[in-house]
Design a protein around this ligand. Structure first.
Ligand code: B12
Length: 458
């Protein structure tokens, strides 16, 4: 069968990210003997004309659309992406009369609602490397699949797919910091109340064989000239130590490539940080999420603010850039905890912090139930329009004003969180590799400001 896959993602916050999910689906379909063309809407310059050209020249039997984001989960400067998907579906319909199937993380969070909103034919919820192959076999065999397919079993770790990297598409994304995402495992065992990861990937960690992960990293470096790996796992340093297998395999192959990942505070050992550095670790995003013990408890974290301080400390002292993302206004948050949180963040040394106001309520998360209980939403509320939880003990205007005031004189504290984007774009254009927090970290900022000054004058 001939299949055109379209990545519908147009988000550029904090930077454009390579469509890894589409790549994995493409590889699974190619391996099953299908012809696959990948089309990236952002890379095309968001051009419906180019999309139509590809469809008319390929005349596919099936079109798949990958939906990564619903919105930008940022109440302080909202962006919505599903309208663009609807336009893409209309453009496909006016070019070819074939079934359209949706998939992707954003889609999987509210599948039926999105299917209705964009008017596609089918959807596959969750990880799809095997489900999509079965789906195509059904279509080929003349069977009519269910409209919304949910895979019953999670993909076995050894079958978690590699991506088919499209050389044109990857070149476009490498312009933004030379980075590509890489998944080493799926799932999350934690119970953060707002989070969709366990729903999307399951509630246990399923590690890919380390050899497969490192093979993929080598392909990215040798064949595509990627210079910076972003480990996309919900938590890189899982408590079971599965991450060590990947690091040992990198070390065994004497592979050191700049990388970053999400780090959970608590029990971080110096020897592990040193091993991370030996394999190329440059920066970490510490999964802090709330800035006081009250707010951490309210969102279901199993660590305290002192653990955030220690995690920050161990990386900073080893020369690794750190960043923290904090949400204010979650369950249990009070005016006092907001003030305490602002002080805690400002006092964190040698790091950058990005702040969000309110927490996006997503279906089937514990936060949805809390929001119903607290009267923040009413039963049956459509969560496709972005709805945010703000603790009933707080007033939105007060929270926004307090956060703006609290962080305004602190250049390593960003509120709204996307305030830094123009600096990122600028630094990427200047040829800087790597993640935003590495570039914005206090030490690097001092150096980069010195070096970019003459160009600004010129
Ligand atoms: C890593 C990550 C990031 C990293 C990305 C780093 C990088 N260079 O890649 C960073 C921190 C930069 C980031 C940023 C953002 N992210 Co993010 N991110 C993730 C995370 C944890 C993993 C994404 C990933 O790469 N997964 C691995 C790939 C292989 O999985 P996948 O894409 O889901 O693909 C599988 C299936 O979905 C399916 N599939 C995919 N496409 C298709 C197509 C078809 C046709 C079919 C049938 C199936 C299918 O099959 C694939 C293989 O099994 C997810 C949460 C999660 N657990 O999924 C959030 C997530 C995708 N992010 C999210 C959001 C909102 C954002 C931001 C908008 C946040 C912000 N304000 O900055 C930005 C947008 C970035 C951008 N430009 O698009 C949301 C999206 C949902 C929503 N609420 O809209 C998620 C789901 C988290 C959440 N809040 O629930 N993100």
């Amino acid at each position: 069968m001939k299949i055109v896959l379209i990545s519908a993602n147009t988000a550029q916050t904090p930077y454009p990210v390579y469509p890894l999910g589409m790549g994995i689906v493409a590889k699974a379909l190619l391996d099953a003997g299908h012809q696959v063309v990948q089309f990236d809407f952002l890379h095309s310059g968001q051009s419906f004309e180019k999309l139509t050209q590809v469809l008319l020249s390929q005349m596919p039997d099936l079109v798949g659309i990958s939906i990564r984001n619903i919105d930008n989960v940022n109440l302080a400067s909202e962006q919505h992406y599903i309208g663009t998907v609807r336009q893409i579906v209309l453009a496909v319909r006016s070019s070819v009369k074939v079934p359209i199937v949706l998939g992707g993380a954003g889609f999987s969070i509210m599948p039926e609602t999105i299917l209705d909103a964009v008017g596609a034919d089918y959807g596959i919820v969750g990880e799809s490397e095997s489900a999509v192959v079965d789906f195509v076999a059904d279509i080929e065999g003349g069977k009519r699949p269910d409209r919304c397919i949910r895979a019953h079993n999670l993909v076995a770790p050894k079958n978690i797919g590699s991506a088919q990297y499209d050389s044109d598409i990857i070149k476009f994304y490498l312009k933004y910091g030379n980075m590509v995402g890489m998944q080493t495992k799926r799932g999350c065992i934690h119970k953060c109340v707002y989070c969709t990861y366990p729903l999307l990937e399951g509630r246990i960690f399923r590690p890919r064989p380390a050899v497969d992960v490192v093979d993929d990293i080598e392909v990215l470096i040798k064949d595509h000239h990627a210079g910076y790996i972003v480990f996309t796992d919900s938590i890189f340093n899982d408590d079971q130590g599965l991450f060590l297998n990947v690091l040992h395999e990198m070390k065994r192959r004497r592979l050191s490539v700049p990388w970053t990942g999400f780090i959970k505070p608590g029990n971080i050992l110096e020897e592990h940080v040193l091993l991370m550095k030996e394999t190329g670790l440059k920066a970490v995003e510490i999964g802090s999420d709330a800035a006081s013990d009250i707010a951490l408890k309210g969102i279901g974290k199993d660590f305290l603010f002192k653990d955030i301080i220690s995690a920050n400390d161990i990386f900073v002292r080893n020369g690794v850039a750190t960043a923290h993302f904090f949400m204010f206004g979650g369950p249990g948050e009070t005016k006092d905890s907001v003030m305490e949180g602002i002080e805690n963040i400002i006092a964190l040394p040698g790091t950058v912090s990005f702040m969000f106001m309110g927490i996006r309520i997503l279906p089937e998360t514990p936060l949805e139930k809390i929001a119903l209980r607290d009267g923040v939403i009413e039963p049956g509320r459509d969560l496709l329009e972005s709805v945010y939880y703000i603790s009933p003990a707080l007033d939105r205007q007060w929270l926004e004003k307090t956060m703006l005031e609290g962080f305004k004189d602190h250049r390593c504290c960003f509120f709204p969180a996307d305030k830094f984007e123009s600096s990122i774009k600028f630094l990427h254009q200047m040829g800087y590799s790597g993640s935003l927090w590495e570039m914005l970290s206090p030490n690097k900022m001092r150096r980069s400001q010195r070096s970019i000054h003459p160009m600004q004058k010129g």
